[in-house]
Design a protein around this ligand. Structure first.
Ligand SMILES: Nc1ncnc2c1ncn2[C@@H]1O[C@H](COP(=O)(O)OP(=O)(O)OP(=O)(O)O)[C@@H](O)[C@H]1O
Ligand SMILES: [Mg+2]
Length: 620
């Protein structure tokens, strides 16, 4: 605008100067023709025009120079703002930023890159990125990959995202997700990469997948094992009757013995499967883990190999709450695995201690909740477990042992048992140096009465009436025969509805003996609850080979005793007497008879009413 005004002014000045010079020349000469004076006037005017043109050009030049300077200042300001912004983005990004040239030399290394890798910016700048963060055996392959990276990135304007396993300064592996873009600066290519640590995320995902897989396999195995258990209950129960009948015929007696042993092996197998499927009917009780481990260590000392057994038992270790029999076999399974993995001169260390878990630690080991746990560690100096199979060791039937030497159910059983007990398990293993299995069991909350001893050799029956609820017809028939042979009167029902109908009729019975998992709506626990509500003095004995997460679905204290299928007559007889003679909890521990205030209240009210009627002594 200024420039245009200046030019207009200059042109106007030029016109005025030319006109004035011509007028002056005519005034001086007085002639109308074009003579010397007019020539001079024109020359003067031309000189003035040249001067004005010069002035204008200079003014234009100065103004252009000023504008260019202002523009360049603005540009460099914008550049510096943008560089600052970029730095701020890199500084505040949650991911590590690494900038390298096309030969892999580090040009930029953010704070997060320092935190991720342990290398400082000073150490990293100018270094070869492959040497810094790639494990030695992978370096050659990584360099080849990098050579292809620039052309590939140039063809992908939005960059590339990929997963890569790196190492930190200590040599520990970090699984990362990297996103790279390439930038051409003159002849050079610069690769900008943001790197994110996904080690923990991946571990959590794998744990979830593993849990889902275990759940699916567990559902399947649990269902099959349940069916087998019912069949085995019939076999193990009736074989004793046969054995009794053929005891004078040695060849037949031998056959019945074979059948009985095969049934026992079948029972052990289904028991492992049910443990894995977390559908084993557990009988949790308080366990002194140190005492159990001392017993186990004595047993392990009889191992044929020269394995040194070391126990490191923590002082004042809490009582754990778990099924004692199952825990023993879990520990034995782990110890046998350890022995099998060790050559002579191996060392097996059993350690116990108390641990308190926050939510994070509990989740890490798959324990049920944050809180107090008893930790049992079984460490061996064996071959270790190769990484490739580590995630499969808990799968049922996974075994690396020769055919006939391992069923592959050992760890599945341990896993299922620990999880069902509300605990957790973890494994750490290094090929060549050994394996450490650590199991966590919930701390027992209260101290209860110790179970009273019963003589296992004596089968004691009774004359009471038992209401027997069992949905499997064969099992029901067999149990009825067993109960009657023990002297009991039996009322049998095929499901909860039938049992409730019997109860509603007012029929007298002393004990409810019910299966837990039953077809047709109500399960055994619900049935028991409903019946006990109507008949508080009723004794209850559960039986099951398949109890859904029995620990978590009801309060520990309210659990009635449970007879695990398949069972023998002696066990049935003993449990029945225990129930009928003493009120016991699920662990077989005696429960003190509940004190009722009702009788006292009624007596008090009666006394008071009598006093008010003046029939007794006046109140003091
Ligand atoms: N302490 C250990 N050291 C090395 N490898 C182990 C260890 N514990 C388990 N394993 C591996 O895990 C696999 C599965 O173990 P698991 O106890 O489930 O089955 P198994 O021992 O093979 O058979 P089973 O226990 O039924 O006799 C083993 O075959 C073995 O390869
Ligand atoms: Mg095993």
């Amino acid at each position: 605008m200024k420039l245009r005004g200046l030019l207009t002014l200059a042109m106007a000045a030029q016109v005025i100067v030319t006109a004035a010079a011509l007028l002056a020349s005519y005034a001086v000469t007085g002639s109308a023709g074009f003579g010397t004076a007019q020539l001079i006037a024109l020359l003067v005017s031309a000189a003035v025009a040249a001067l004005l043109a010069r002035l204008c050009t200079r003014a234009i030049e100065t103004s252009e120079a000023k504008r260019a300077a202002a523009q360049s200042a603005a540009l460099s300001q914008a550049r510096s703002d943008s560089a600052q912004m970029t730095q701020a983005v890199i500084r505040t990004a949650l991911d590590a930023f690494i900038q390298i040239d096309d030969s892999g030399v580090v040009l930029e290394w953010s704070l997060q890159a320092e935190a991720l890798t342990g290398w400082t910016r000073e150490e990293a700048l100018g270094a070869d990125v492959v040497d810094l963060i790639v494990a030695e055996p992978l370096r050659a392959a990584f360099r080849q990959r990098m050579a292809r990276l620039v052309p590939e990135l140039s063809a992908a304007p939005s960059g590339m995202r990929f997963e890569v396993s790196l190492i930190d300064r200590n040599g520990d592996h970090i699984l990362t997700e990297a996103s790279s873009t390439v930038l051409r600066v003159g002849e050079r290519s610069i690769i900008n990469t943001f790197v994110r640590d996904i080690t923990h995320k991946r571990a959590a995902e794998e744990q979830l997948i593993q849990a889902q897989k275990m759940e699916a396999v567990g559902q399947l195995t649990g269902g099959i094992a349940h069916e087998f258990n019912n069949m085995l209950t019939v076999i193990t129960g009736t074989i004793e009757i046969l054995a009794d009948a053929v005891k004078d015929n040695p060849p037949l007696a031998t056959i019945t013995k074979l059948i009985s042993e095969a049934a026992d092996r079948g029972a052990a197998l289904t028991s492992s499967l049910l443990s894995f499927a977390r559908k084993q009917a557990l009988q949790p009780a308080e366990i002194d883990v140190n005492e159990l481990i001392e017993e186990l260590a004595k047993l392990l000392a009889t191992f044929d190999k020269k394995v040194e057994i070391v126990t490191r038992l923590g002082g004042n270790v809490w009582l754990a709450y778990a099924d004692r029999g199952q825990l023993s076999s879990a520990l034995l399974n782990l110890a046998i695995n350890a022995r099998d993995a060790m050559l002579d001169d191996g060392k097996l260390t059993l350690t116990t201690r108390n641990v308190v878990f926050g939510v994070r630690e509990a989740v890490a080991v798959g324990a049920g909740y944050a809180g107090d746990y008893v930790e049992i560690e079984i460490a061996d100096t064996g071959t270790g477990i190769p990484r490739a199979i580590l995630e499969r060791i808990f799968d049922p039937f996974f075994s690396t042992k020769e055919v006939g030497k391992g069923t592959g159910l050992g760890l599945s059983m341990v896993f299922g048992f620990v999880k069902q007990s509300g605990g957790g398990i973890k494994v750490a293993s290094e090929e060549g140096s050994g394996t450490v299995f650590t199991i966590y069991l919930p701390k027992a909350e209260t101290s209860a009465l110790r179970p009273t001893g019963y003589d296992d050799r004596k089968i004691v029956g009774g004359k009471e009436t038992v209401l027997c609820v069992e949905d499997d017809r064969d099992v029901r028939r067999y149990v009825t025969v067993q109960l009657e042979s023990l002297g009991y009167k039996v009322i049998s029902a095929a499901n909860a509805a039938e049992a409730l109908a019997v109860s509603a009729e007012g029929t007298a019975f002393d004990l409810l003996f019910t299966d837990i998992v039953m077809a047709g709506g109500m399960n055994g626990r619900e049935l028991a609850e409903q019946m006990v509500a109507a008949r508080p003095s009723l004794r209850v004995l559960f039986t099951s080979g398949y109890a859904y997460d029995s620990l978590h679905t009801q309060g520990r204290a309210t659990m009635a005793p449970l007879l695990r299928k398949p069972y023998r007559k002696a066990e049935l007889a003993r449990m029945l007497r225990r129930c009928l003679d003493t009120a016991v909890d699920s662990a077989g521990d005696a429960i003190p008879t509940p004190y009722s205030v009702q009788a006292d209240v009624e007596a008090f009210l009666r006394r008071q009413a009598a006093e008010d009627n003046g029939t007794t002594r006046p109140r003091r």
